[in-house]
Design a protein around this ligand. Sequence first.
Ligand code: SF4
Length: 271
Amino acid sequence: MTQELNQMDAQKYLQAMGLGPVWHLRNPETLAATPEVAPEMPSPLVDVAEEKNPPAVDIAQQEPVRDVTPVQVKQLLTEDMSWEVLQETVAACQACRLCQGRQKTVFGVGDQKARWLFVGEGPGYNENIQGQPFVGTAGQLLDNMLNALGLKRGEATYIANVVKCRPTDDLGKDRPPSADEIAACLPYLQRQIALIQPEVIVALGKTAAIALLGLSPETPVGQLREKVHHYQSLPLIVTYHPAYLLRKPADKAKAWADLCLARSSLGDSAA
Ligand code: SF4
């Protein structure tokens, strides 16, 4: 009965992603043996990932670090910096120019011991106000993508961005973060990954992919899809950013194929 409900839910969310018509759930064992799903016939994953119990952390001796430079960010993020102190350090950070226009830093949201880590580019207008990643229509689409996988925001998943403060252009509109802004902020994400230790990372868009893989900014997303990369030893899959999918819904089927590849790579550490 539960599986039937999960299947119905997954179909509903796939339809919400624009991936109609309704598909039928295949045998999960068959799914597990299939590394990729053809984009035109996506199949929902109904296995809900297990949550892990976060380890106890002693933060009694730790204090947030304020007024740091980009170089200091890297030096300060030691292996014993706890999640709580890291979060407070980001909230007080002034290591790059993006601190000047922010209302709130956007640290991330979800399970601190998530199996799935989704990484986007940076906060936009609404995220800057709310302090949460992926709100608004792009966030709704990401939630539908998670639900189609049998996942839920905050349960076995973590959502973060490459930069924690909103980048804007001269007109106050959203823009991608620059290379120096990414370099300044990336150590925070790297520390988050070290603490979370996810089983798979999904890079949502080019900015996240090139930042985590250390690639040239000229690298097209199309060249990075359909293969399993590794961030350190962790499998990393590249797919389209939800905001792009809203502009180009025809590519949602490709995004679903990417998510299926990510599912098949879960826990497939290169270590
Ligand atoms: S974007 Fe990152 S490095 Fe720059 S001020 Fe915000 S938290 Fe600090």
